[in-house]
Design a protein around this ligand. Sequence first.
Ligand code: UDX
Ligand code: UDX
Length: 443
Amino acid sequence: MKITVAGAGYVGLVTSACLAELGHLVTCIDIQKEKIDMLQSGRSPIYEPGLESMLEKNLSSGQLHFTMNPHHAYSDAEIIFIAVGTPEKHDGSVDLKYIHVVSNLIAYYIENDVIVCTKSTVPVGTNELIQAIIDSRKPPNLQVEVVANPEFLREGSAVLDFFHGDRIVIGTDHHKVASILEQLYLPLKIPILKTDIRSAEMIKYASNAFLATKISFINEMSNFCEKVGANIEEVTFGLGYDKRIGHDFLKAGIGFGGSCFPKDTKALLHLGGHINHPFDLLEAVINVNNRQQSLPVLKAKETIGSLKNKKVALLGLAFKPNTDDVRNAASLTIVKELLEEGAVVTAYDPLAIPNARRILGNTIEYADDIRAALRDAHLAIIATEWEQIKYVPLDVYQNHMRDPIVIDGRNCYPLHEIQKYPITYLSIGRPDVNNARQKKGWE
Ligand code: UDX
Ligand code: UDX
């Protein structure tokens, strides 16, 4: 089919490359010239495992095109996917300005009947709004059907998730349109769920809110474990054996970041305010997450006192491993708090330094390798569990730092290993190692 994807971000690019891989003729449109230039020359502006090779292959076979020209993109498309950003406003609500822009362009440029699928995460009712915008401006002889088709791709494994996702949600009341989309997705052999539009929109928010709740729940439990002398890893292992709970998505740490959970939980809370439905549980999930992101600096102050002029090695900037994305990353909170305390920060990340530098500028130093970051540091904070970080031999901390103190926000190291080294080690929800100042609330 002739498919157009609006937005060459994390979601739009992966969707474009994967649909081309399935044999469709895909045009991806974006407003950023620099991005389109890069993509046309076969380079990906983002890091996503498996993406660049798929882009190259489909670009050279002619299955995939990139453009900034809305006439080329929309005039003869059979299906248009909307994957532009839906960022957060100051009050936590969703900014739909890009959705408005794209809906208007679609209405203006289409020359055929078309199905418009919304991949972007949008509040309930938005697809009806898109339908209304397009209907009010399109040529009267053309038929446009807007479908809620949320994405569930995780950064760092988005290509894998496209081909092996848990489900595909198609939200429309139009049976013929639903069956066209079903045919499109059939080769993936992923369960397809057909719903009404509003339920499809809510499935996305409910999924992200539930996953965020799981993380805040386990983080709250991990803080409890610290106080009672238990080990959160043992607890989650035992918890996960219950089939009703499961082992997945229960890793304690310094909270969730990224472009989805922080934004979507706030958006749902905000929407609750509008419909007179205070979402107390979600408010607690957000508060726990904010507190969790502040834990490393709190622990640092408790352990070494003043951080003024202390050299801190921050290991990991990305909000999770295998991505260069730093949106809402815990690392950004950590940097802000360290700088407020007067610390001197050197950060290492295998991929995310360019994106972090755009936000943090020269307020911190950046190291090309982990040893350079650790050299003469008073303290190391692990913020992302990259393989390049979690497999660093422990004697590297011992040999490069002054008097090694490591605050591991992602529980990268087994406690029995750490115990072999003269390293003061604090992690999340597990007993401290070699910490003379450890507070034992349970004694
Ligand atoms: C996606 C979804 O769209 C968002 O709703 C969801 O919550 C998170 O995932 P993502 O792909 O991460 O967003 O966004 P981003 O990487 O910011 O990419 C959006 C792209 O759309 C950018 O390249 C931007 O230039 C482009 N864009 C934006 C347009 O092409 N046209 C516009 O009018 C606005
Ligand atoms: C998420 C959803 O998983 C995906 O379905 C949706 O479409 C987009 O939002 P993403 O944000 O890319 O994906 O990554 P995810 O793997 O869900 O991790 C989000 C955050 O939660 C990361 O900061 C990660 O470190 C944290 N996390 C995840 C935990 O702290 N513990 C866990 O057990 C899992």
